[in-house]
Design a protein around this ligand. Sequence first.
Ligand code: PMP
Length: 386
Amino acid sequence: NPLLLLTTGLFAGALLAIAIQRLKPKPRKEDIRSGIEECIGNTPLIRIKSLSNATGCEILGKAEFLEPGGSIKDRVALNIIKTAEGQGLLRPYSGDVVYEGTVGSTGVSLAMLCRARGYLAHICMPNDQSLEKSSLLLKLGAALTTTSPAPIVSPTHFVNLARTLSTTHPTLPSSTPSSHGYFANQFETPYNFAAHYTTTGPEIFSQCGGRLSAFVSGAGTGGTLSGVAAYLKSQDPKIKIVLADPQGSGLYNKIKHGVLFSPTEKEGTRRRSQVDTIVEGIGLNRLTHNFSLGRPLISDAIRVSDEEALAMARFLVEKDGLFLGSSSAVNCFAAVKLAMELGPGHRIVTILCDSGTRHLSKFWKGMEVGASWDMEIGDVLGASKI
Ligand code: PMP
């Protein structure tokens, strides 16, 4: 029967067509970032198992050491540059020069992004910071001016130097005689705070499913602490905000006693602007705009000695394989102290600002973790002395 044959043939053909369609690979969703800029942010939030087990609280660290420029400062550098571009103050691929005073991390982030967007970075930095940062800046092709540590009132303080250079603008690339000079000004610019208010804070809140008891962090410019605190408080006013402060910094006194320098401190220390600690990137003896923005939200402060930070850094390698920088160690120590105050069952979030690889020649110098697992949290808490 030819009709039956035709129908069977058509049916078989249709089945074959469906089978072929099924076998064809499905178009996959692409996941491609357009340049290094699009790799910034959305870092993991890590449960630090050793600290959580030891305290009965859940201690979570935002893994900013995984940023492409190696630290949390990538977020700030990106926001400052993008905002300046939006205002026409920087023009991509023009050879414009971004000037900044920094202890290093912001400089590295700016230098990386400047290369990516066709600018030059001119970084002014104190000469007592870890060598890794100045070497990195040079490898990234930034112009580097180092200066002796000086009080903030001195024209040679690294921030003042960068501000002055941005007006005299000596780093003109010969190919671009009309290049602009732009002072990034991380300590005072609101775009630092805004970077954390719009990215770090919302990421943390959403990664926690909206459930956290406290946020604890150190302050260098204060952008992280203020920006994250302001966002978290806007979502849940019950979240406690705590400052982690290294030895030698006045911010602890400011929160605890309302003054940067306690009355018992010698007159000579009042003019001191350098913070006397091995820790880099956090601690200040002056109030910046970015710190002031979040100050009313901070309910407590925890001071951490160099010994405590060093012991915590070792502990985190030994127990968790987390090789972190000095400010992260201060943050984690303060998180444990806070957990002990709050009692078990709370969720505490802190920042893992950068990696130990940035601090091999200073903070980590001479410190070996060894092959054992014999450290206990008590060894860290007992490290003491300021
Ligand atoms: N950790 C490191 C390593 C830093 O360089 C900085 C910035 N100076 C911070 C923490 C503190 O961040 P913020 O400036 O947002 O207070």
